[in-house]
Ligand binder design. Sequence first.
Ligand code: RAT
Ligand code: ZN
Length: 433
Amino acid sequence: IQTSDIKNTVREIVNSTPVLDIHTHLFPPAFGDLSLWGIDQILTYHYLVAEVFQYPGVTYDQFWSASITEQADWIWDQLFVERSPLSEACRGVITTLNSLGLDAHQKDLKSLRGWFAEQEPNQFLDRCMELAGVSHIGMTNSPFDETERSFWENGVEVDNRFIAALRLDPLLLDWINASQQLRDLGYDVETDLRMLSVREGTVNEVRRFLNEWADKINAKYVMVSLPPDFQFPSEEPSSHLLIEAVLPFCEARNLPFAMMMGVRRQVNPQLRLAGDGVERSDLTPLRHFCERHPKNKFMVTALSQENQQELCVLTSKFANLHVFGCWWFMNTPSLMEDMTRMRLELLGPSFTMQHSDARIIDQLIYKWKHTREVLIKVLLDKYADLGKAGWTPQRAEIERDVQALLGGAFMEFCRADEPASGDDSVPYGVRNL
Ligand code: RAT
Ligand code: ZN
C-alpha cells in the first residue's frame, strides 16, 4: 500500500474486524432478568452511580430505596442535563444512543424510554452486536451465584455466540463461605485445609466440582479477580486449592487461568457495586505462578496504571502468560492509548488489546467504538514509525495484526499445546478470526 493510503486502510480494517470480546458480564436473553439492556440499565451502570455521588442532592439511603427509573432520572438530570457528559462512562451513553439512531441531546428521557420499550430482546442483542462488530461474547459464570446457577441446572440453551468462563472468586477468596456452599451443593469438603490428610478428600471433591461445572457451562477458561496484596504461594486456603485442585484441573483440560489483579473491594460499601477501588498489586505472585506451573496457561490484566509496564515485562518472560484488556478504571481513552502503545512496543501483537467488561448489552456499542478509535490512532503511529524505519505494511499484514489484537492472539494462546483430539472442534467457532 502507498503510505498515503495506510490511514484509510487501517481505519477500514480496524472498524470492520469482528471482535471476540473475552470478558463481559453479559448474558443472552435466555437468562431472563440476568440479561440486562435498555436505557434505565445504562443510566444506572455502576460507573455512573459512582460519578453521580460526586454531587450533593441525595443520600445513599434515598438513592438505594428509589426505583431503577427514579435512579436513572436522577443520574440523567445530574450528569446529562445539569452538567455536560464529559466522563468516559457518560460519553459512552451518548455514543450508544447515537449509534442506535437516538438523539440524546434532546434531553427527552421519556421518549428514549418509549423507544427502548418497543425493542424485542433477541433482535436488540443482534443489533448491538452488529453495531459493535462483536462476533462472540465472553460471559462471567459463577456457580456460586444462586440465580445464575439455577439457569444452568435447568439446562438453559445458550446462544452459541456466548462463551462461558468459570469464575471462582468465592472459592479462592472466601473459602469459609464457599466451602459451606459446596457442602450445600453436595460436595464433601472440609473448611479446615491445614492437615494434608484431611485436605486430600476435599481437594478431590473440589476437582469434581470444577470438572462438573466446566462441563455444564462448557467453560473456555477459568478466572478470578484478586486483591492487590494477594500472595502466592502462601499458607492460605487459596494456595492449597490452587496448587492441588484448580491448577491441575486447568492443566488437565488445557484451560487458561485468568487473573484480574488489583481490585480493592468495597472501599465504600455504601456505593454497593460501585464501591470497589484500585491499588497497585504486588506482581511477585504472578511470577511464581508462571515459574512454578510452566504447564499451566495464565492470563492477566491489572487494574492499576502503575502495574502496566511491569506486567508487560513479565509477560515477555513467560510464554505461558497472556496479557489482556484495559480493565475497568483503565478502560478510559487516555490510559488505554498509553497502554496499547506500550504493549505493542514491548510485546508486539501478541496480546489481547481489550475486553469490554460490558454489563449491559447496549454498552458493547460504545465500549468497542471507543476502543477502535484508540486502536486506529495507535496503529497509525506505529505503522508510521515502521515506515520511517523502512517497512511499509501490506493490507493482509494489517488485517493479521488487527485480528490478533481483537481476539486472535487469545485464540492462538488457548489452542497452543492442545492435546491432539482429532475432532477438529474449533474453539468458539470463530473460523474467520
Ligand atoms: O468492570 C466491572 O463492571 C467491575 O464491576 C467488575 O465486575 C470487574 O470487571 C470484575 O470482573 O470483577
Ligand atoms: Zn468484569
